[in-house]
Design a protein around this ligand. Structure first.
Ligand SMILES: *[C@@H]1O[C@H](CO)[C@@H](O)[C@H](O)[C@H]1NC(C)=O
Ligand SMILES: *[C@@H]1O[C@H](CO)[C@@H](O)[C@H](O)[C@H]1NC(C)=O
Ligand SMILES: *[C@@H]1O[C@H](CO)[C@@H](O)[C@H](O)[C@H]1NC(C)=O
Ligand SMILES: *[C@@H]1O[C@H](CO)[C@@H](O)[C@H](O)[C@H]1NC(C)=O
Ligand SMILES: *[C@@H]1O[C@H](CO)[C@@H](O)[C@H](O)[C@H]1NC(C)=O
Ligand SMILES: *[C@@H]1O[C@H](CO)[C@@H](O)[C@H](O)[C@H]1NC(C)=O
Ligand SMILES: *[C@@H]1O[C@H](CO)[C@@H](O)[C@H](O)[C@H]1NC(C)=O
Ligand SMILES: *[C@@H]1O[C@H](CO)[C@@H](O)[C@H](O)[C@H]1NC(C)=O
Ligand SMILES: *[C@@H]1O[C@H](CO)[C@@H](O)[C@H](O)[C@H]1NC(C)=O
Ligand SMILES: *[C@@H]1O[C@H](CO)[C@@H](O)[C@H](O)[C@H]1NC(C)=O
Ligand SMILES: *[C@@H]1O[C@H](CO)[C@@H](O)[C@H](O)[C@H]1NC(C)=O
Ligand SMILES: *[C@@H]1O[C@H](CO)[C@@H](O)[C@H](O)[C@H]1NC(C)=O
Length: 820
């Protein structure tokens, strides 16, 4: 058993290292007494060597703050700050000390700029102690237990396990978690989260006024709009409501896991877990899931786009109001106009040019529109032009709207679900490019039929040349892959006009090659890799070919553009058929079974058969494509490595994906192929029920299908009850039972208990039998069940390892795909 399976080994190694090399630091000073003070590089460290407190300048700032951070986390991560709004610049002549029963920070001129402000006790035996849970407490004496002040009552942006964000009913005051202004300035930013005690729910507000996210009320077990809390095996949640206060708190069942809850400068709340293996904070959960759902994230006249990095851009004719703020990921100040509007407060109309309108299509419109009752687009436009303070207008099915204030909360949409509107932005005429004098338009009619013939010739020449380019390019293939030129893909997709779908990695477009084969082109967004590494990764993916995997035909890498070219799949993806009520063709049981089997074969090939083993990391119905014969093909494999560190962001911000993520994504251990097995199991349940596993019903309750299914499978209820009602109980109940059992084995908490994809293939093929599974721990409240049952009856020599959970260690060598 390796260290990763035993946090205690790890912890004791850390303690041992501390003990042997740095005794003073780890055990000498967790306390500031009346005789001591902290200055310069000095720090205090909690007794167990978990947290450290001292002067620190976040980012590249020259401002110093009293900060608390993790000792064990190599990327210095601040969890608490004392003097958030009053930095000091010279830490050697500043001092943190006990004075009159308070902990006080004196600046360079020995003037107190921060104090714990407790007034009741002025004894000089008061001490400040840094505890292992990250709480800095002030005690009347070194032996007293009740704190007279504690940092847990004054959180900044981090909510540590064991602390609480409470509403105090006696004083009617609330604690809140406040975002930093930017990544190096801990003074309060625009976003804050607090408890709405009346409805026992948490809210995130912008500027103390605009609410843009709520957790939904506490229902006794979870917050109703956070169904992820049901998968409750890492955190111990509780909600307390008594006569003095209301609060929610959480702790970790395994104290060796380093996890924190953050109100980020992005305006999102995030749950992060430290992965020692990759030395990175792994994003486990974030809300709002989409960055652009954060209210006014890009400030006035900024526009948010989920498919660009950074997410914020200034509108045409505007520039960043403060570039250094934007460089520090603080977009809240927004953008300012390059050229003042000509017609406003300015009678001298320059060159007689009126202001004009820049058209933005497919937008989420800004906040605070004003409706005007005019009947046409032209009238709406002139109404805006005639009002000096009008900055934009929109005209659509709900009439004419104008904006006379700063444009806030704009978003460039990329989907084509019809929710996008067109906005006309008012700009000075000089912001528009000078129209080209197009001679071609004049010559055209004169040239007449001669021109027509010429044109035809040109077209032929062009097509011929284009074809030749393809031939030429084919020479530059890497393995069997074609390296496409961007222009060619642009032509093939008619300038990316027919969108097939969008995902966290980018949008997919339909295209046709000159040889009339149909392709799907994926435009990768925000890829962090250089050209060479990209080509290496892509050629690896290109060598992987299997009937149940979508074939990569080629790629394009030009400048910052990265595209992948795949075979086109006529019948789109599994989710479209499973969850779409309108879908006329309902998959019968046989089709579903074949899809389950085919998908398992594809994954087994990825995991076990190809040279460089690949963990997919994002198995879900959206990534199972269906060809003309409804044969399943796994898509998007290999992208985890291609996307590098962007991957975990993409993974967690994508809607819906969370329900498929295995627990080890959070618990800080390495990701193996068994993470795919977990996601595959979750997907099997959806294949059975024809619905998303986790659904909120009309009454606000969250239904979690796997919990019910597992109980039916294990306790022996009527298995056909689980079947998609659309099938009217038409299924082979033996097969159904088999699939449900496999699914329940797949989502076992302990990855060693999950079967491999190869074994799943054998089970579905009928070569191996499958025993009833134990209840997956993740579906129940935490019970430390150590029992383990042999879950396959042997019929194959190679499955011997199955009955011995600890021997599947060879699967661990497959983690390399996630390490980049
Ligand atoms: C402070 O120092 C004085 C003299 O050095 C000593 O007598 C006293 O016990 C110390 N007090 C504390 C709280 O350590
Ligand atoms: C600090 O500045 C250096 C060099 O300018 C840069 O590489 C680094 O990313 C910056 N660090 C932070 C946290 O901004
Ligand atoms: C210390 O703080 C006081 C009060 O805020 C201020 O007037 C003084 O300039 C500060 N000293 C330095 C060196 O910044
Ligand atoms: C302490 O009280 C002073 C004066 O009332 C106030 O300015 C300061 O913000 C308070 N400090 C803290 C940490 O609450
Ligand atoms: C809770 O309800 C009371 C009475 O309806 C109201 O006065 C108070 O402002 C509410 N508190 C919050 C935090 O909304
Ligand atoms: C923030 O809210 C205050 C009042 O609550 C308001 O005066 C101010 O203009 C708001 N800030 C922005 C940027 O809208
Ligand atoms: C969960 O938390 C509650 C309250 O914080 C505590 O009483 C209980 O012992 C914890 N349970 C476990 C298993 O740690
Ligand atoms: C509420 O506060 C009072 C006074 O501090 C205390 O006696 C009582 O025990 C508290 N109640 C709870 C449930 O903590
Ligand atoms: C902002 O960042 C860009 C690119 O990193 C840099 O060139 C520019 O100098 C920065 N501007 C400010 C004001 O920090
Ligand atoms: C821009 O932002 C930086 C950092 O927040 C600030 O120090 C500076 O004063 C701002 N500049 C202007 C012109 O507002
Ligand atoms: C009017 O427009 C002219 C030309 O752009 C500009 O120079 C002048 O400052 C403007 N006057 C006002 C009051 O905005
Ligand atoms: C412009 O529109 C605003 C808001 O409707 C209105 O208050 C203002 O009077 C209008 N100005 C003119 C000159 O019409």
């Amino acid at each position: 058993m390796g260290m990763r399976n035993n946090p205690w080994v790890f912890l004791s190694v850390v303690i041992f290292l501390c003990f042997s090399f740095n005794t003073d630091l780890c055990f000498g000073a967790s306390t500031i007494t009346a005789n001591q003070s902290l200055s310069g590089d000095q720090t205090i460290v909690s007794d167990g060597g978990i947290f450290k407190l001292g002067f620190y300048n976040p980012g590249n700032s020259s401002n110093y703050y009293i900060c608390m951070w993790y000792v064990q986390v190599s990327t210095l991560t601040v969890v608490w700050v004392a003097n958030t709004q009053k930095p000091i610049s010279n830490r050697y002549s500043s001092e943190l000390k006990i004075s009159n029963g308070n902990l006080v920070l004196l600046n360079e001129s020995q003037i107190p700029i921060w104090s714990t402000n407790q007034t009741s006790i002025t004894s000089n035996s008061v001490v400040a102690v840094l505890l292992d849970n990250g709480n800095l407490v002030l005690r009347e004496s070194p032996i007293s237990t009740q704190p007279i002040w504690q940092s847990f009552d004054h959180p900044v942006h981090t909510w540590l396990p064991g602390s609480k964000i409470a509403y105090n009913k006696i004083t009617n005051t609330q604690q809140q978690l406040t975002s930093w202004k930017n990544i190096e300035d801990p003074s309060p930013g625009p976003y804050a989260m607090h408890l709405d005690a009346n409805n026992s729910q948490y809210l995130i507000m912008w500027n103390g006024s605009e609410r843009y996210w709520t957790s939904g009320p506490w229902n006794g077990q979870i917050f109703s709009l956070v169904p992820e809390m049901r998968a409750n095996y890492i955190f111990n949640f509780s909600y307390v409501d008594n006569e003095n206060e209301s609060y929610f708190t959480y702790s970790l069942y395994n104290p060796a896991i380093i996890s924190r809850f953050l109100m980020d400068v992005s305006g999102q709340v995030k749950m992060l877990t430290w992965l020692e293996g990759t030395k990175e904070w792994n994003l486990f959960w974030a809300q709002p899931r989409q960055q652009c759902e954060v209210y006014a994230y890009c400030g006035a006249f900024g526009t948010c786009n989920e498919n660009t990095l950074p997410f914020c851009n200034c509108l045409q004719g505007f520039h960043e109001s403060n570039v250094s703020d934007w460089n520090l990921s603080d977009y809240s100040a927004g953008c300012v106009r390059n050229t003042p509007l000509q017609q406003c407060g300015n009678t001298s109309v320059v060159n007689g040019q009126r202001d004009r309108f820049w058209e933005y299509s497919n937008m989420r419109l800004p906040e605070y529109p004003q409706s005007l009752s005019v009947g046409s687009n032209v009238e709406c436009e002139s109404a805006c032009l005639n009002n000096c303070s009008c900055t934009a207008y929109a005209y659509g099915s709900d009439g004419c709207s104008i904006w006379t204030v700063n444009l806030l909360n704009l978003q460039q949409l990329s989907g084509n679900d019809g929710s996008g509107k067109t906005l006309y932005l008012r700009l000075a005429a000089s912001e528009f490019p000078v129209a080209k004098n197009n001679k071609g338009a004049i010559i055209g009619p004169v040239a007449g039929s001669v021109g027509g013939v010429l044109l035809l010739g040109l077209v032929f020449a062009f097509v011929w040349k284009w074809q030749r380019r393809f031939v030429a390019k084919t020479k530059a293939v890497e393995g069997s892959l074609v390296a496409f030129a961007y222009k060619d893909l642009q032509n093939a997709t008619k300038n990316f006009s027919e969108k097939l779908g969008g995902g966290g990695f980018g949008s997919v477009f339909k295209g046709t090659l000159p040889n009339s084969s149909v392709i799907a082109v994926k435009k990768l967004e925000s890829i962090s890799q250089g050209e060479k590494q990209f080509r290496t990764e892509v050629s690896t993916i290109g060598t992987i070919q299997h009937v149940n995997l979508v074939r990569l035909r080629g790629f394009c890498s030009e400048g910052s553009k990265r595209l992948l070219v795949y075979d086109y799949m006529q019948n789109s993806s599994l989710d479209a058929h499973l969850f779409n009520e309108k879908e006329s063709k309902i998959f019968d049981w046989q089709t579903r079974y074949q899809i389950a089997l085919g998908t398992a074969r594809g994954l087994a090939y990825l995991h076990e058969k190809c040279r460089d083993c690949i963990i997919h990391c994002d198995i879900k119905p959206e990534n199972i494509l269906l060809d003309a014969e409804f044969c399943p093909k796994v898509a998007d494999f290999g992208l985890a490595k291609l996307m590098g560190r962007e991957f975990s962001r993409v993974l967690t911000t994508m809607r819906g994906t969370r329900g498929y993520l295995a627990p080890e994504w959070i618990s800080g251990v390495a990701i193996t192929a068994k993470a795919d097995v977990y996601s595959y199991g979750m997907m099997l349940f959806e294949l059975v029920s024809g619905r998303r596993n986790s659904e909120q019903s009309q009454d606000g309750k969250v239904r979690f299908f796997p919990t019910w299914a597992a109980s039916v499978v294990i306790e022996g209820g009527d298995i056909l009850d689980l079947l998609d009602p659309k099938l009217g109980r038409n299924a082979d109940s033996e097969e159904l039972k088999k699939i449900c059992r496999v699914a329940a084995w797949c989502i076992q908490d302990n990855e060693n208990h999950r079967p491999t994809m190869g074994q799943i293939v054998q089970i579905l093929e009928g070569v191996l039998d499958v025993n009833p599974p134990p209840i997956p721990r993740s579906l129940q409240a935490f019970v430390d069940n150590q029992e383990h049952i042999v879950f396959f009856t042997e019929s194959d020599e190679s499955s011997q390892a199955l009955s011995n959970p600890s021997s599947s260690d060879q699967s661990k060598s497959t983690t390399s795909t996630m390490r980049s």
